[in-house]
Design a protein around this ligand. Structure first.
Ligand code: ARG
Length: 468
């Protein structure tokens, strides 16, 4: 057991208590950000003449060697240390002696861990944004190729009106675009540096907090030292955003699972993204889509867990907050992995355009347009609705679609029907006439695709100011 706080204690911590308290096994992934924070802290201390330049140089060289040796496996982070912060300080002091003991001047583990989590999360936020940017590029490519790929649009999972694949994908484009906007908002909001808040009440050393903040790529220091060490809002915002992205992915996966089913056969998943059955040789299962849908729950779980952890905590730091890490790391890892794998899955998925168009044709998706046709001939919409309802009933009886009915058969229902009905209710007319902003008609859809591609070109992925 190597701990930083032995002085006040007369007997050793019980081993089980020590293990229960320790966080090293999961916070070791903070090593890089912990060292980055320490570098900025000592540079600031030296600038303020709180530390000599030679102490600063010794500490910086020591930190470099620790980072290097952990990276190449020469130095292993073990459970012998309580947490990553103790590990770095202990090894540093071991290596460079006296100056190592001065590193923690004017700092507490409370502002240190607040800084580490923020730096780590900020970098992950940028990473997620980049993954969603790539996902959006993939979605846009499918849209560009499928402006005239007709399919049924659904409400209540019942065929409703004809749309295009580009239009359907556009809905997901908007969802993921909003997720990016949430990431960008929270990135701005969180980009304030807690370092220098101390345990909670600042410090009597003349720290230059703005200087260390700028060294770490923050816009400014945080404004209240108590809040600085007690706040995990930014992490909650990130977990909420990840939960929403998972929700969007999960709905998309659900649709792909349906489209890939034997009954629909709208799509075929690439072999690389499907799995077989151990007993049924004919099976090709959409496991990746199912797993992404399934992993959504644990990401929500992380959000709920942290919300609950934080809700009763008095100001400022409480050890409960150590519980922010495992669930959040799990959520970040899984969400990023899901976005990445999902992108690969849809990039390689093939569309059965014939089946999609046939399905759009067979389900009376043009019934609204047939009613609109009668309205065009002077029939009131409510009457038209009723006439087409009767027509659909007759069609079902005869096993025909509207356009398969002869003009004579149509006239038996209403003599307003003329030859031009057939054109008016064709799949192409039904889609192409829908030209309101946001609708599937080619004219507006091409404008939308152009604007979306300009958006992707101008709003590049977020970049972490420190880690690139
Ligand atoms: N491992 C701790 C955490 O993750 C570090 C902060 C410890 N601070 C303290 N006052 N015990 O929250």
């Amino acid at each position: 057991m190597a701990q930083l706080w032995g002085g006040r204690f007369t007997s050793n911590t019980d081993q089980e208590v020590y293990d229960f308290n320790a966080s090293i096994l999961f916070d070791k992934r903070l090593l890089t950000v912990d060292i980055a924070g320490s570098r900025a802290h000592v540079k600031m201390l030296a600038k303020q003449n709180i530390l000599t330049d030679s102490d600063k140089d010794a500490i910086l060289a020591g930190l470099d060697s620790i980072e290097e040796d952990v990276k190449n496996g020469k130095l292993v982070i073990t459970s012998e240390y309580e947490d990553v912060h103790s590990f770095v300080e202990a090894v540093l002091t071991d290596r460079i002696g006296e100056p190592g003991k001065r590193l923690h001047t004017g700092r507490s583990r409370n502002d240190q861990v607040a800084l580490d989590m923020r730096l780590y999360t900020r970098n992950r936020v940028a990473g997620t944004d980049s993954l969603i940017h790539t996902l959006l590029e993939t979605i846009l490519k499918t849209m560009e190729e499928n402006v005239a790929t007709y399919m049924p649009g659904f409400t209540h999972l019942q065929k409703a009106q004809p749309i295009t694949l580009a239009h359907h994908y556009g809905a997901y484009f908007e969802m993921f675009r909003r997720d990016r906007s949430r990431l960008s908002d929270l990135f701005t909001r969180m980009n304030q540096c807690p370092l220098g808040a101390g345990a909670l009440a600042g410090t009597t050393y003349p720290l230059d907090r703005a200087y260390s903040a700028s060294l770490l790529g923050f816009d400014c220091p945080t404004r209240n030292s108590i809040d600085s060490v007690a706040d995990r809002d930014y992490l909650l915002e990130y977990l909420f955003t990840l939960s929403t992205t998972m929700l969007h992915l999960s709905r998309f996966c659900e649709e792909i699972i349906i489209w890939n089913s034997n009954e629909y056969q709208f799509v075929e998943l690439d072999d690389a993204f499907s799995t077989g059955s151990s007993i049924m040789p004919q099976k090709k299962n959409p496991d990746i889509a199912e797993l992404v849908r399934g992993k959504t729950g644990r990401v929500y779980g992380a959000l709920m867990s942290l919300l609950t952890t934080m809700k009763g905590l008095p100001l400022a730091y409480n050890k409960d907050m150590q519980e922010d890490k495992e669930v959040a790391f799990d959520a970040m890892d899984n969400a990023d992995n899901c976005i990445h794998l999902f992108t690969g899955m849809i990039a390689t998925m093939r569309f059965r355009k014939d089946r999609m168009a046939a399905s759009a044709m067979n389900g009376f998706t043009n019934a609204t347009d047939a009613a609109d046709y009668l309205v065009g001939k002077g029939v009131a919409f409510r009457d038209a609705h009723k006439i087409i309802g009767e027509l659909v009933l007759t069609c079902i009886d005869k096993g025909k679609s509207i356009e398969q009915m002869t003009l004579a058969e149509l006239k038996e229902i209403s003599n307003v029907f003329e030859e031009d009905l057939y054109e008016a209710v064709s799949l192409e007319t039904c889609v192409e006439k829908r030209l309101t902003a946001g609708a599937p008609g080619k004219g507006v859809m091409n404008d939308y695709i152009k604007a979306s591609s300009e958006y992707l070109a101008s709003e590049k992925a977020l970049v972490d100011p420190l880690f690139g």
